[in-house]
Design a protein around this ligand. Structure first.
Ligand code: PNW
Length: 479
């Protein structure tokens, strides 16, 4: 029996905001223009071209460095409330350190920010979307605790240059994909395979660096600029494969989402206790003399705890979790199994695959994930800072429209039935772009980009028309 929904049910609450996102390395191009220096992705695509499916690079990408006016025009055509961009650290600070600000880099970001504001679109700015200065990587990058200060100094400069106009900041994008993927699988920059130690050093330093930036903003900038900051977490939702897998699934959630949430959002702070315990046991069993999960001191726990103004959710996909059988081998976390907690994953055959190997469609995952976060950490404001759909090129992307419709229905249910305070939603992505290891094969854009034309022509897809209407009506009831 079909359930009838009234138009009312499909309306978004007043004030709910719609945006779209992109990231510097994926769209800007101009990798060596002016005094911009090399970052770890510039290095990776040259050193290890075999890691990119089509052996492409972000050297030119969408050429947004030169075509930013067109990007702004697109955001205005869609009627976006906000556009989420990221700053390329090496474009603003060519040395990586705070001792030199690039004039051209500064002009570029001023142009984009002012261009958006002229059209009434709020810029949402991410400080770090994975393009670490190679100069800092050479000093250990995210495994060196000094990066907490390096990042803090970069953040302070960005706040002082743009904070008068940028009111929503994301400090760091997806610790899960920037720490666990590179150090467990070597498939993303800096591609250093060191699953026992590297991934966890990165995790702790990322949390500390985020907290440093939040505290700098809170103390030095919030009183005059009144903005909001958070860290964006990539969350793969886990459900039990069988009813007996309930407990291991909850532990796997603590590993996936808890490691990067508990230290910031929980009342007590620090690592999730269950993960701390498992990691201590695993490290001992492997013969290490201390836990591979680096401890937080009491001061550090207090330093990180509470450093948020909202929870930023990046969500695409889900997994089914089960306990590994005796002697069963594990794939690497997070795209495959969760070896540290002894969990294997399965895919529900009903979940449609996409052109990205890690990505299966399960709309309820978004609602379940957010409700879980609220249960763990209490009521707070949530913003979906990324959600989108991967497919091959083509303007007639009705499957993407279906994806957005179904995931947004789950956002509405979380708001209306579960009473979660979700205040905004962001599509990934405004336009097709360099999709990391998938190169230009896997397309996420509302606008198609012709990567064979020097003009990098952008054409709206069917999904762009859909999103525009949705924003106008402030409702999923768009026909
Ligand atoms: C996120 N995975 O990245 C990022 O924030 C974007 O830069 C990216 O384009 C978008 O999602 C779509 O992929 C991910 O392998 C990259 O599981 C890889 C994975 C997940 C997210």
């Amino acid at each position: 029996l079909a359930v009838t929904v009234t138009c009312e049910d499909l309306d978004f609450p007043p004030g709910f905001q719609f945006g779209a996102a992109s990231a510097a390395y994926q769209v800007e191009g101009a990798w060596n223009v002016s005094d911009k220096s090399e970052n770890i992705w510039d290095r990776l695509v040259r050193d290890k071209p075999e890691l990119i499916a089509d052996r492409s690079t972000g050297d030119v990408a969408c050429d947004s460095y030169h075509l930013w006016r067109r990007d702004v025009e697109m955001t205005a055509d869609l009627g976006l409330h906000f556009y989420r961009i990221s700053i390329a650290w090496t474009r603003l600070l060519p040395n990586g350190f705070a001792n030199k600000i690039s004039e051209d880099g500064l002009n570029y970001y001023n142009n984009v920010i002012d261009g958006l504001l002229e059209k009434g679109i709020q810029p949402m700015v991410t400080l770090y979307h994975w393009d670490l200065p190679q100069s800092l990587q050479d000093l250990g990058g995210w495994t060196n605790p000094l990066i907490v200060n390096w990042f803090g100094n970069y953040a302070r400069i960005a706040f002082s240059l743009f904070g008068d106009r940028v009111k929503t900041w994301i400090t760091i994008n997806e610790p899960l994909i920037m720490c666990d993927v590179p150090y467990n699988t070597g498939s993303m920059a800096p591609a250093i395979v060191n699953p026992d130690v590297g991934a966890h050093l990165c995790a702790k330093n990322v949390l500390m660096a985020h907290a440093k930036a939040w505290r700098i903003y809170d103390k030095e900038f919030r009183p005059k600029y009144h903005g909001e900051l958070s860290l964006a977490n990539h969350l793969i939702w886990y459900e039990p494969f069988t009813p007996e897998d309930e407990e291991i699934t909850e532990t796997a959630r603590e590993y996936m989402a808890g490691r990067y949430s508990h230290p910031i959002y929980s009342k007590e702070g620090g690592w999730p206790p269950v993960i701390e315990k498992i990691m201590a046991e695993n490290s001992k069993a492997k013969g290490y003399s201390e836990s591979n999960l680096p401890a937080f001191t009491k001061e550090e726990i207090e330093f990180v705890r509470g450093t948020f103004d909202f929870y930023a959710v990046n969500h695409y996909t889900s997994r089914l979790i089960r306990r590994a059988k005796e002697g069963e081998e594990f794939g690497a976390f997070p795209l495959s199994d969760v070896p540290d907690v002894g969990a294997k994953y399965e895919i529900n055959p009903d979940w449609k695959p996409t052109t990205s190997s890690w990505f299966f469609v399960y709309p309820e995952g978004l609602r379940n994930q957010i409700v879980w976060l609220r249960e763990q950490y209490g009521d707070m404001k949530f913003i979906v800072t990324e959600n989108g759909y991967a497919r091959l090129k083509g303007l007639d992307d009705t499957d993407r429209i279906e994806y957005y419709t179904e995931y947004l229905k789950q956002v509405l249910r979380a708001i209306k039935e579960d009473g979660v305070n979700i205040t905004g939603y962001t599509t990934w992505s405004l336009m097709d772009n360099f999709e990391w290891g998938d190169g230009y094969n896997s397309r996420f854009g509302l606008y198609e980009v012709d990567f064979t034309s020097p003009e990098r022509t952008r054409t709206p897809k069917a999904s762009a028309e859909f999103y525009k209407k949705l924003i106008q009506r402030h409702s999923l009831n768009v026909d």
